[in-house]
Design a protein around this ligand. Structure first.
Ligand code: 13P
Length: 266
């Protein structure tokens, strides 16, 4: 009886496995082929939430090819204005009308290479939600910040500035991804204990400003060198509700193995 109760608490949140294709693949033909493979490989799964985030030029083909499946499409970025003279940008209504349901916001590569600030991230979240896109808000510290012991301060600032002034209802349609910068594309994953500690901390930050039910239901993904062979160890932690996968999502086979690891825990 006791075990059943614990399981119910654990299962309150679903697992969400999202693939961030970044600046890949180079051609539409390869994007189409990856979508075809994903459609085949992911067909058997029925519980975990699955999101793929191709580059802008492959969004429409991914939406078309994956229509009728359980795979949702997300973009990797957006601008906060809906339209206007902003050459090279893309807006929430454009993504929505292309068929996106999610959008990644504040990825560390955007913060590092394109100088995005916490303030920018906040504006982008508001714009996404105005058009019913679910933001996947990325936070995470650099190696230097971890080594100097300020990692929780950094993440606290990123989370509180991003979510400043938001309503409880808005928080129910938002996902956080903890991606330690030192673990991205390096093959160096955070240990499950390191990841769980930060996820628990992020959930406690949500609880400071919002109700327990909002904090309990918030999906917090881990990202940074997630692979089929480490996915289960990470995903089985109480506060790790999924993964934001980079390199390993470019192969339908390895991405589907990560989805399997999530699904087996549900
Ligand atoms: P890798 O899985 O390649 O480390 O990338 C993680 C990431 O940045 C996902 O957004």
């Amino acid at each position: 009886m006791q075990v059943e109760l614990i399981d119910k608490t654990y299962n309150m949140r679903n697992k969400l496995i999202a693939g961030n294709w970044k600046l890949n693949p180079a051609t539409s033909d390869s994007a189409l082929e990856l979508c075809r493979q994903l459609k085949l490989r992911l067909a058997p799964f029925s519980k975990a939430k699955i999101v793929v985030c191709p580059p802008f030029t492959a969004l429409c083909l991914a939406v078309d090819l994956l229509k009728g499946t359980r795979i949702s499409i997300g973009a990797q970025n957006l601008y906060w204005e809906d339209s206007g003279a902003y050459t090279g940008e893309i807006s929430a209504p454009m993504l929505k009308s292309a068929g996106c349901e999610y959008v990644i916001i504040g990825h560390s590569e955007r913060r590092l290479f394109f100088h995005e600030t916490n303030e920018n991230v906040h504006h982008k979240i508001i714009a996404a939600q105005r058009h019913n896109l679910i933001p996947i808000v990325c936070v995470g510290e650099t190696l230097q910040q971890r080594e100097s012991g300020v990692m929780k301060d950094v993440v606290m600032e990123q989370v509180t500035e991003a979510l400043r002034g938001m309503s409880e209802q808005a928080l129910q349609n938002l996902v956080i991804a903890y991606e330690p910068v030192w673990a991205i594309g390096t093959g160096k994953t955070a240990t499950p204990a390191q990841a769980e500690e930060m996820h628990e901390f992020i959930r406690s930050l949500i609880l400071e400003d919002f109700t327990k039910s909002v904090s309990d239901q918030m999906l917090i993904l881990y990202g940074g060198s997630v692979k089929p062979d480490n996915a289960r160890d990470l995903l089985q932690n109480t506060n790790i509700d999924g993964a934001l996968v980079g390199g390993a999502c470019l192969s339908a086979e390895s991405f589907s193995e990560i989805v399997r690891a999530g699904e087996e825990l549900l």
